[in-house]
Design a protein around this ligand. Structure first.
Ligand SMILES: Cc1cc2nc3c(=O)[nH]c(=O)nc-3n(C[C@H](O)[C@H](O)[C@H](O)COP(=O)(O)OP(=O)(O)OC[C@H]3O[C@@H](n4cnc5c(N)ncnc54)[C@H](O)[C@@H]3O)c2cc1C
Length: 470
């Protein structure tokens, strides 16, 4: 075994079992935390296998960055991995003497996401020491039912059996662009690769949300000094965090629960009431958040589509806020003219011998305009499952084991996160969590919701695996 072996490689060489109580697909935050809770609640004889296709555990897309400028977008005090130990991350930072790596702001300490990855990886290492968790460093590409449980097949040719399956796949990858200068995955290494471009052409980013913020800071950290042009339909930038008083979760009426318009009117009224009481709107948005899953589930598919089409950009910029240091850096770049943010529609991107040509129409203009870019990066948000090829999801759907939610954003699950099959039956032996179930829950992709999902799934699996009469 090489001396540098990470937890993934080390575990791979240490266990040759072929049957497990539970198989988890995906070793990012959701997968690792589900494994940790399972080790707590399952009988000591139960063994868990976790498949992770990337080189490291606990990182995923969010915490895989190495750049210190990529901060968590939530203060450290709200980022514990455990629902029942809210101070765990803050205490870990202090124990590990990592507080100095964080940005101190009025709204609290914002840790680099890489440091948060270290925290989750340290929890994974502790879990591996139990000897009951095996990690297989490979992508699961297929899964089918057997007489008891399932067989999972990985891209490296390995197959294992498991009684229960948990899908913790994270955000689906949008896939490769058509040319090196047209990057369609904002989290791929190609997005921030050094730019050897003496022509002074800008980098164009399609999208103006938190991914754009990451890209701008990342390009600067990697030494790109030139112009960056960010374009989105409305040109809205995320708001930033500011400390403030909390506001109670509103008691929404039945009408508000069924109509997106009525719901947003109520939220606006709450913001006005809060302002009159000198409470910042951020307190209201944070107060609404715990109700979002139940509100979303009360809305019809038509109302949910209405939200996606018209209201989502407004909700996103208030709900998904950036830390103050990021906001200040972007404001300074806009001031000096090296970052432009425009409202408009990108009509086409044509790769050229070097760079790419972007045709876009500014909002309100009748004629399109062209921009020669050194690189174009698409950062328009997580793609919908319906629009993507993913070997495992395609296999699950092809075998009738799963179906997409009515909006096609991800997998359909019931209120217990059991995956619903093609015939509409919830299967209590396959669970899913995280971004892949956002069509059903909407507010389910960030740590506060995910940590609760991981604990709940582990409890349900423990219940199901309890011997009869126990
Ligand atoms: C850039 C970014 C920044 C974020 N910042 C924050 C933040 O500051 N605070 C916050 O609360 N939330 C944040 N989030 C939300 C984030 O989604 C969650 O915090 C969390 O990381 C999601 O965990 P996950 O396990 O669902 O997905 P991930 O952590 O992405 O993990 C999924 C894992 O599954 C693996 N995988 C996928 N398919 C397979 C397969 N077939 N076989 C094997 N392995 C597979 C992937 O390699 C990946 O490692 C951020 C998200 C992004 C994208």
């Amino acid at each position: 075994m090489p001396a540098t072996a990470n937890p993934v490689e080390r575990a791979w060489t240490s266990n040759e079992r072929t049957a497990y109580s539970v198989a988890i697909v995906g070793g990012g935050f959701g997968g690792v935390m589900t494994a940790i809770h399972l080790l707590r609640v399952l009988p000591a004889a139960s063994e868990i296998v976790l498949f992770e296709r990337a080189g490291r555990l606990g990182r995923g897309t969010a915490y895989g960055t190495e750049l210190p400028c990529h901060l968590l977008n939530v203060p450290a005090t709200r980022m514990s991995a455990f629902p029942d130990a809210p101070a765990d991350f803050a205490e870990w930072l202090s124990r590990s003497r990592m507080e100095s790596s964080c940005a101190a702001t009025d709204a609290g300490l914002f840790a680099p996401r890489a440091v948060y990855g270290d925290y989750i990886e340290s929890l994974a290492r502790t879990a591996l020491r139990s000897g009951r968790l095996t990690v297989i460093p490979a992508a699961v590409t297929d899964l089918w039912p057997e007489q008891t449980g399932f067989r999972l097949a990985a891209a490296n040719g390995r197959t294992v059996r498991a009684g229960q399956v948990v899908l913790a796949l994270g955000n689906l990858s949008p896939g490769e662009g058509s040319a090196p200068a047209h990057v369609t995955d904002p989290w791929s290494s190609a997005a921030l690769a050094p730019l050897d471009d003496a022509s002074n052409r800008p980098v164009v980013i399609v999208g103006t949300g938190l991914s754009m913020v990451d890209l701008v800071l990342g390009l600067r950290a990697r030494g790109f000094p030139g112009r960056i042009v960010a374009i989105s339909r409305r040109g809205l930038l995320p708001q930033f965090h500011r400390p403030g008083a909390p506001w109670p979760t509103p008691d929404f009426t039945a009408t508000e629960r069924h109509s997106m318009l009525a719901l947003f009117r109520r939220i606006r009224a709450e913001i006005a009431a809060a302002a009159a009481a000198e409470v910042d709107w951020r307190g209201v948005i944070d107060g609404v958040r715990p109700a979002v899953q139940s509100l979303w589930q009360g809305l019809s598919a038509v109302e949910r589509r209405r939200f996606l089409r018209h209201l989502r950009p407004w909700w996103d910029i208030h709900r998904h806020r950036m830390p103050m240091p990021a906001a200040a850096a972007l404001a300074a770049m806009r001031e000096e003219g090296t970052l432009e943010v425009h409202a408009g529609s990108v009509l086409s991107v044509e790769p050229m011998a070097a760079g790419a040509c972007v045709t876009w129409r500014p909002r309100g203009a009748s004629l399109p305009t062209r921009l020669d870019a050194a690189r174009v990066i698409v950062a328009t948000g997580t793609p919908n499952a319906a629009a993507l090829a993913n070997p495992l999801l395609d296999a699950l759907r092809g075998r009738g084991l799963a179906r997409l939610d009515p909006l096609g954003l991800g997998l359909d699950v019931n209120e217990r996160l059991a995956v619903i099959d093609a015939a509409g039956r919830a299967n209590p032996t396959i669970h899913a969590l995280g971004p892949i179930v956002r069509g059903v829950l909407w507010e389910c992709t960030a740590v506060p919701e995910l940590r609760a999902q991981a604990a709940a799934i582990a409890d349900r699996i423990a219940e199901a695996l309890q011997p009869a009469g126990a």
